[in-house]
Unconditional design. Structure first.
Length: 280
């Protein structure tokens, strides 16, 4: 592949974060309430009906993403296994060894995906190894660290959860094995993860890095008031829909073609529960 991640696109609008990070709004999650993930909020943004079918009705879907999910899981697991065993300083001193360790772990995982996807995973790990080796951080504070918290606001009283792929004392990294880049999705995930970081460590991260391994691209989200408010707007829409019970479909040829919930959706030609009937 080409040179290591060489293009950095940053959504930087430095503003005061005093108003953006009201720590008094954070509380322990409600045990009776299923917390929202960044993926769930992003799915609602694309199509409220697909959110309902996946996260409220419990449909797993039928097409489209299985091999990509397998690829992403295998790449993440290979990186996790290596980074959990070594400090970043020792890895940076031997970047070739870092590469071989990641590739070796990946081959042991042996994901059940086609050869072309398997090779894509190898290429992704080549980039991840070079990216990790060139970073100017002293140590990792966590790898694949779970977080869960809840906001206690008049308009949003809801829990959130996620997994930070890598966190240092001042940053969160998230590995992306897909090619698509959506700025709004980065803001949603970046701010949900930034608050998870703050709940864990008592201060917001300086930045959340999204590393697109197939594109050799890094993009950065910073915890600004503007980004925080944008994320809250998206989450508020989800909360209001759950309260009203209204989840309109948003039919679009581009989205619907790749949607795994077509057979359950009332607004697609073969929808209105067609797949449910076929399974009876």
């Amino acid at each position: 592949m080409g040179c290591i991640v060489c293009a950095t696109e940053s959504l930087r609008t430095y503003m005061s974060i005093d108003a953006a990070w009201p720590s008094e709004d954070v509380k322990e999650p409600d045990a009776d309430q299923y917390p929202l993930s960044a993926s769930a909020v992003k799915k609602f943004k694309r199509c409220p009906m697909s959110f309902k079918l996946r996260y409220l009705d419990g449909h797993d879907g039928t097409k489209g993403s299985s091999k990509y999910a397998e690829l992403g899981s295998a790449v993440h697991e290979a990186i996790e296994r290596v980074l959990l065993e070594d400090t970043i300083n020792s890895l940076k001193e031997q970047p070739n060894q870092l590469r071989e360790l990641m590739l070796g772990e990946y081959r042991q995982i042996d994901p059940d995906i086609p050869d072309d996807s398997f090779n894509t995973g190898l290429e992704c790990l080549e980039v991840a190894a070079r990216y990790t080796a060139m970073q100017s951080v002293d140590e990792f504070n966590g790898v694949e660290r779970d977080f869960e918290y809840a906001l206690a606001r008049p308009d949003i009283d809801h829990g959130f959860h996620g997994i930070m792929d890598v966190n240092t004392d001042s940053e969160v990294w998230d590995w992306k094995t897909g090619k698509n880049v959506y700025e709004e999705d980065e803001i949603i995930q970046g701010m949900i993860y930034a608050m998870g970081f703050m709940d864990e460590f008592g201060h917001p991260p300086d930045k959340v890095r999204f590393v697109y391994l197939q594109k050799e691209l890094e993009r950065v989200i910073e915890p600004t008031d503007e980004n925080w408010q944008k994320m809250l707007d998206y989450v508020r829409d989800v909360v209001q829909a759950k309260q009203s019970g209204e989840f309109p479909a948003d039919p679009d040829d581009g989205k619907c073609h790749f949607c795994g919930f077509q057979g359950f959706c009332p607004d697609t030609p073969n929808g209105a529960g067609a797949l449910e009937w076929n399974h009876i």
